[in-house]
Design a protein around this ligand. Structure first.
Ligand code: NAD
Length: 463
């Protein structure tokens, strides 16, 4: 059952309504679990090769429709076409990677130390999985969960962000074309996120919650998961530092920091949030980096812009306030790109220099195209500041000597550290954070394990 309400989906670059999707209620969410639970019996028993083939076809279909999907992502999320096309490629890779992992479920066989029994260990699908995804990577955040869940033999109910439901629906259509049976992937579009997900977590058939979004919502969902001891994976917020040493290749550091900061217009959980530059090179770095920022073209994706808008008016207000506060606390706007003369939630890419080490903006996730720069001198004090945050998702180190870069990376409390590069995302690597940035990993072999339970059979063995 679905209410008669609809969710208008808006292009944040033009403020035009692109289309509408049903605003589904708790009743519809429960019915989605009914269908996913029914489908589980068959899907969980399919041969791994069969699941692998479906995922492989989904990978190929996503690449076939790459331009169309990129256009859709750019329209509903606002990001540039280049970022959107890169996202489709990244998102599709999860289907390819997990099509390969699906046929390598692993397992163990062993002799009990006392003899007389043998142990057979296998990894079984956990059950119906509830997936909740954000708007900032509407394709990749969905496939990073859907692909391992399906590979493991789970069926899923997915709630995409209300801002960007169209991409998730397009991916579901591709999976159906790839041969995914009905009921294995159920999508629920809603503005009633809290009640819908609470209903899922209260349903005994749902055995898994995999969430990507803010730390605050993750905390709420963990509390709810505790009631029924539901297995939880959490990909939460970040506050990534960039560290640039005095011997770093400065041009490479500028290129890497531009990617770490401005990919997706700064609306990435892995986005550089604080840039620590050694005092010996701070002047040169600021000049080179600032010049690149001033060159960024801001505007709607259709006009070929590199930087799109923020997702909505609330985000625009939040970023504006954060910069105003930073300036009141002593920071200086040193460089800024031009704003386009169009409607849309645009904020100009901005460099903040002379940021005091205790400024509020360094403690909070900016989630926008603003680059605060802090000058450092002493390595131990630098590491103290870098690690003085509740977050621990991504970090970046640019240093001339690789050994030093790796040593610094190992002393940063983060799940992922880019060494002399501004991008860490890779489907074959375990993506995830420490501290309040999350629990569990996505991608790699680890991503499959998040959707499996380990079972062993202890077998009386005649000798
Ligand atoms: P959000 O937490 O507001 O929303 C994320 C999802 O949760 C959306 O689908 C939303 O509808 C849903 N939601 C909101 N309130 C809910 C509730 N009470 N109960 C259940 N579901 C609820 O986050 P956002 O603004 O969409 O995304 C930005 C955040 O996501 C940032 O903090 C960012 O760092 C984080 N993020 C993390 C990763 C990662 O892999 N660690 C990746 C992308 C984004």
């Amino acid at each position: 059952m679905t209410s008669n309400r609809n969710i208008p989906v808006e292009n944040p670059a033009t403020l035009e309504v692109l289309s509408e999707v049903p605003d589904q209620d708790v009743g519809a969410a429960r019915e989605a679990v009914d269908r996913a639970a029914r489908a589980f019996a068959d899907w969980s028993r399919t041969a791994p090769r069969h699941r692998s083939d479906v995922l492989r076809r989904a990978f190929e279909l996503m690449l076939r429709d790459r331009d169309e999907l990129a256009g859709l992502i750019a329209r509903e999320n606002g990001k540039s076409l280049a970022d959107a096309a890169a996202e489709v490629g990244y998102a599709a890779e999860f289907f390819r990677w997990f099509s390969e992992e699906a046929v390598r479920p692993g397992g163990e066989y062993g002799d009990a130390p006392a003899g007389g029994t043998r142990t057979l260990v296998s990894h079984r699908p956990i059950g119906v999985a509830a997936l909740v995804t954000p708007w900032n990577f509407p394709a990749a955040m969905a496939t990073r969960k859907i692909a391992p869940a399906l590979a493991a033999g789970c069926t899923v109910v997915l709630k995409p962000a209300a801002e960007t439901p169209l991409t998730a629906l397009a991916i579901a259509r591709l999976l159906a074309e790839a041969g995914l049976p009905e009921g294995v992937l159920e999508i629920v579009t809603t503005t009633d996120a809290g009640p819908v997900v609470t209903a899922w977590l209260g349903d005994q058939r749902v055995r898994k919650i995999s969430f990507t979004g803010s730390t605050g919502v993750g905390r709420t969902l963990l509390r709810q998961a505790a009631d029924r001891i539901v297995n939880a994976s959490m990909e939460l917020g970040g506050n990534a530092p960039v560290v640039i040493t005095e011997d770093a290749d400065l041009d490479a550091a500028v290129v890497g920091t531009m990617i770490a900061k401005f990919r997706n217009g700064g609306q990435a959980c892995t986005a550089a949030n604080r840039i620590y530059v050694h005092s010996d090179v701070a002047f040169d770095f600021l000049a080179k980096f600032g010049a690149e920022v001033e060159k960024l073209i801001v505007g709607p994706a259709v006009d070929g812009a590199a930087i799109g808008p923020l997702i909505n008016a609330r985000a625009l207000h939040r970023v504006t306030e954060a910069v105003d506060l930073a300036v009141r606390e002593g920071a200086r706007i040193s460089h800024q790109a031009q704003l386009p003369d169009v409607p849309g939630y645009f904020y100009p890419p901005t460099v903040l220099a002379d940021v005091p080490a205790d400024a509020t903006i360094l403690r909070e996730e900016i989630f926008g195209p603003v680059a605060p720069i802090v000058v450092w001198r002493d390595e131990d004090e630098l590491l103290r500041q870098v690690n003085e945050t509740e977050y621990g998702l991504a970090a970046y180190v640019f240093a001339g000597e690789l050994g030093r870069a790796v040593r610094l990376g190992e002393r940063i409390d983060a799940g992922m550290v880019g060494i002399n590069r501004g991008l860490v995302s890779d489907p074959s690597a375990p993506f995830g954070g420490v501290k309040q940035s999350g629990l569990g990993r996505e991608g790699a072999r680890d991503g499959l394990r998040e959707f499996q339970e380990t079972q062993y059979l202890s077998v009386e063995w005649p000798t």
